[in-house]
Ligand binder design. Structure first.
Ligand code: KDG
Length: 310
């Protein structure tokens, strides 16, 4: 499989302990987050060669992010350090027993990643696949320009894009056009059915596909309902793994990572969708954004992948 570059805004995530809330908690837990960073961690845990591009401040949070990436086996050469801006932070509070609708509070305006740091030739060599998401597109105009460069025609790598619409980060009205412009330039796109309806008013997988006919592989997820993937001129469906939902944050990142790990290793879409569902169910059954690295799901995914078909 190729070297994969995940590019986005790295974050520190701060959460109250189970059963407590941000209004009254005296103790908080801290971790690392960011949709594209989550994907990078999963890819490394699955044994892929992965590099992460983004920017942190010269603060302890930036050092934490770098040390977690390095400890988990992600290449940090493209993680830039910006002197006069802070590392992005977000606070997350679980919604309680229902597991759905965690509330998130962002402190990322003017962050290091939102600024004008440059991706260098060294950051990009020798990368064979780039993974980006709509979170980064919402961060700043500079980040949109960076995504345009990474998805530009004539590039020498393939690109996957997870739409990841985060309404709280967008100037009202600007998300649909920007997210579609980037999606259309990619090889593989991941989107939720609800999300596509919310952003583009596209209510069915075919309506989504009609918006981006040049995309080679389109994965449309639908929570606990089967997900579908468009590839080679047809749709195929794949059942999620049934799971007791603890928290949904990070499920899409886990799905994308396992799907990509499998596809980029030459496996078919059926096995790759199944891998996506297995890793998503692992993350959903825990509170952290990435779930624990020791989880059996990683070994299980390596086991279910059949012999390479490509
Ligand atoms: O997908 C998980 C992300 O939502 C989380 O890690 C933080 O990147 C983040 C965001 O903007 O929501």
């Amino acid at each position: 499989p190729p070297t994969i570059l995940c590019c986005g805004e790295p974050l520190v995530v701060v959460t109250p302990h189970a059963g407590e809330d941000l209004v009254t908690a005296h103790e908080l837990s801290i971790g690392v987050a960011g949709a594209e960073l989550n994907v990078a961690l999963h890819l490394a845990r699955l044994g892929l060669d992965v590099r992460y591009a983004g920017a942190v401040g010269t603060d302890p949070f930036g050092k934490r992010i770098r040390s977690v990436l390095v400890a988990e086996g992600v290449d940090d050469r493209a993680l830039h350090e910006v002197a006069d801006r802070p590392t992005g932070v977000y606070f997350k509070q679980a919604a309680g027993d229902s597991g759905n609708g965690s509330s998130v509070h962002y402190y990322r305006e003017g962050s290091a990643a939102a600024g004008a740091w440059e991706l260098t030739g060294e950051d990009l060599a020798p990368v064979g696949h780039v993974h980006v998401s709509g979170v980064a597109a919402a961060v700043s105009d500079e980040f949109v320009a960076r995504l345009e460069a990474l998805t530009a025609p004539g590039r020498t790598w393939t690109v996957s894009f997870d739409v990841n619409h985060r309404p709280a980060l967008w100037t009202p009205g600007s998300a649909p056009e920007v997210l579609l412009r980037i999606a259309r330039r990619c090889d593989i796109v991941f989107v939720g059915l609800d999300e596509a309806a919310e952003v583009w008013g596209a209510q069915t997988p075919d309506a989504i596909r009609a918006l981006m006919p040049g995309v080679r592989e389109l994965v449309v997820k639908d929570g606990p309902e089967p997900a579908v993937v468009w590839v080679d001129g047809a749709w195929s469906a794949s059942e999620p793994v049934p799971v007791v939902v603890v928290e949904l944050v990070g499920a899409g990142d886990a799905f994308a990572a396992a799907y990509l790990a499998s596809r980029l290793s030459g496996h078919g879409v059926g096995a790759s969708m199944q891998a996506g569902h297995i890793l998503a169910s692992h993350v959903i059954s825990e509170t952290g954004d990435q779930g624990s690295p020791e989880a059996e799901a990683y070994a299980q995914i390596r086991d279910i992948l059949p012999a390479r078909t490509v």
